[in-house]
Design a protein around this ligand. Structure first.
Ligand SMILES: *Cc1c(COP(=O)(O)O)cnc(C)c1O
Length: 416
């Protein structure tokens, strides 16, 4: 690998670009997925309970992460709703979660008529600050919905201790964090439930889909979770039980998704290892720069970088974030200024307190409001972040070029 000589003149000012070759690319799907799909069709059923594909997919997933039980769902959003429903989260309960996430984290909370309560994040791991979680606990709090953002495990020792102390359920949103580890354990296996997504933008894809692990290892918990994803049908006895004691949605995964998932899971360890190495290398390559703060991995953790997000130390730079982002792009390094445009509680749904059209329920149970400044670290993260794509198909040289690009732009704009 060649160390790039930094040319002083930025590409945006007519200098030579740092990156002159295209980024590594690859095909996510191949003959392995096609073979599985054909086998699924040859079963003459695409229903998960009659075929073998979803079952095999779940067995393989359980083995990979080391759990006894998991349930397949139609999406990651569905997986989170299923965990909440199976855990008995219900009307007027409060669920503490993070303000930088996909809205899929929040939808299940509101479908259960529970109330999302946001805890602030740590400034450089972008995960919930355990002290902030504890400060939000009330007598209504029933669960902590931990988001492991961008492949980075949260501080689970501290979170589990708080949960035990206050008798709270812990649900892990691992949609962005396949095979991320915390002190040797995979995320999604530490709390009561772990929720995953196989939508087309995640580490692995089945088009859409999801999984929820049932970490108690208790058969009754598993059966309850399984039924909650399937209209409360209980399919494991002598005959199918359709007695309806409470509402549960239909979030079933089809055999087609299960089939693709079997092939995708075989690629997952490699995908995660590539991303882990690439992300950690970027950090090593930029951590000495005063103008930027690297994406910090939680102590005792291994991050599998769904993306890489650094922050600008604007006090040490003469440029705006938009100038930095544009200059980096001109060097041939695609990036975006920020992640989601704003913290999720600034969404109209929270501002108008309208989860359901023509209603303020369940927000009006407690009269909660969601105001600017609620989670200052999270708000600031989104204002100063630069996000870089990480792909398992990148080459080691691509990563060196990304580092060289960041170093060149930072050096130019650094306050002297
Ligand atoms: C993608 C994602 C979800 C939702 O997954 P879907 O499969 O799109 O429903 C939930 N939480 C986080 C953090 C995500 O990134």
């Amino acid at each position: 690998m060649t160390e790039k000589v930094i040319t002083e003149k930025l590409a945006i000012h007519g200098g030579a670009k740092v990156k002159t070759t295209s980024f590594g690319e690859g095909k996510r799907f191949g003959i392995e997925e096609a073979t599985q799909l054909l086998e699924a069709l040859e079963q003459n059923t695409l229903f998960y309970h009659q075929g073998n594909k979803v079952k095999t997919f779940l067995n393989d997933f359980n083995q990979l992460v080391g759990v006894k039980y998991s349930v397949a769902t139609s999406s990651g959003t569905a997986a989170i709703h299923v965990a909440l429903g199976a855990a008995g989260i219900s009307v007027g309960d409060e669920v503490i979660t993070g303000p930088i996430t996909d809205q899929g984290t929040l939808i299940g909370i509101l479908y259960q008529n529970a109330i999302p309560v946001f805890a602030d994040l740590l400034p450089h791991t972008y995960n919930m600050d355990p002290a902030a979680i504890e400060s939000k606990i009330t007598e209504r709090t029933k669960a902590i919905l931990v988001v492991h953002l961008a492949g980075n495990p949260s501080d689970m020792d501290a979170i589990m201790e708080i949960a035990r102390k206050h008798h709270l359920i812990v649900i892990e949103d691992c949609a962005q964090s396949y095979m991320a580890k915390y002190k040797g354990k995979y995320v999604g296996t530490i709390g009561d439930y772990g929720c995953f997504s196989t939508n087309d933008f995640k580490h692995i894809s089945t088009g859409d889909g999801g999984m929820v692990t049932v970490n108690s290892g208790d058969e009754d918990d598993f059966l309850k979770t399984h039924a909650f994803a399937d209209k409360n049908y209980q399919r494991f006895g002598q005959s199918v039980q359709r007695d309806l004691h409470y509402v549960a949605p239909n979030y079933r995964m089809t055999e087609l998704q299960g089939a693709v998932g079997i092939a995708q899971l075989k690629k997952l360890p490699w995908i995660c290892e590539q991303r882990r190495q690439f992300g950690d290398r970027i950090t090593a390559g930029i951590k000495d720069l005063p103008g930027v703060a690297a994406h910090e991995v939680t102590e005792g953790g291994e991050c599998t970088y769904w993306f890489y997000m650094l922050r600008l130390n604007e006090a040490n730079l003469t440029c705006t974030r938009e100038q930095f982002s544009k200059a980096l792009l001109e060097e041939g390094i695609p990036n975006s200024a920020g992640y989601i445009p704003d913290v999720v509680y600034m969404q109209p749904m929270f501002q108008a307190r309208q989860a359901y059209l023509n209603s303020h329920f369940p927000f009006d149970i407690t009269g909660i409001t969601y105001d600017r400044g609620l989670c200052p670290n999270a708000e600031e993260i989104l204002q100063t972040a630069i996000r870089l794509r990480v792909s398992e198909f990148f080459t080691a040289q691509d990563i060196e070029d990304m580092i060289a690009g960041i170093r060149k732009v930072e050096q130019y704009y650094r306050k002297k």
